[in-house]
Design a protein around this ligand. Structure first.
Ligand SMILES: [Zn+2]
Length: 159
């Protein structure tokens, strides 16, 4: 594609894209190019407007090349997002089966997991299997106290 600045016989200037120079010549000969302002098909190529010095006021008129803009950090690590999307089906199924096992055999304690795990560990509560959610901080504390627990990605059912 090539951009030509054209001018009709009445002096209207306009820009138009052409596949190449030959296409322009052919269309020009057949009067296929019309001025958008007056409809005249008598057009000639006008010299392209020079780019330098066109911007007024900014940067003292000097054509300074702008530094390449730094890409802002995305909210979600694209690598992680891609990894989640690319999670193999077998892995999803394994995780879902694990989730089913957990739900079938363990007692749900929800967000009180850390509290309950601690109680069980220190004998304040019956020894039993439980499952629930913890924050990363809680999980770290449990690990520091030597409380055994496992973590698994709680992936949603279905899609
Ligand atoms: Zn015109």
């Amino acid at each position: 594609m090539i951009l030509y600045r054209l001018r009709c016989t009445k002096g209207h200037e306009f820009d138009s894209w052409f596949k190449d120079g030959k296409t322009y010549e052919r269309q020009e000969k057949r009067s296929l190019i019309g001025c958008p302002a007056c409809g005249s098909s008598k057009v000639v190529r006008a010299p392209m407007a020079p780019r330098i010095g066109k911007a007024s006021g900014k940067g003292g008129g000097k054509d300074v090349e702008a530094p390449a803009e730094a890409t802002p950090a995305p909210a979600v690590d694209p690598q992680v997002a891609a990894l989640a999307r690319a999670m193999p089906r077998e892995m999803r199924e394994t995780l879902l089966k694990l989730r089913e096992q957990v739900e079938k055999n363990l007692e749900p304690v929800g967000e009180k997991f850390a509290e309950e795990a601690r109680k069980i560990h220190y004998g304040e509560s019956d020894k039993r299997g439980i499952y629930g959610q913890t924050t990363d901080e809680e999980a770290e504390e449990l690990a520091e106290e030597g409380i055994e627990f496992g973590r698994l990605p709680w992936i949603p059912r279905g899609n």
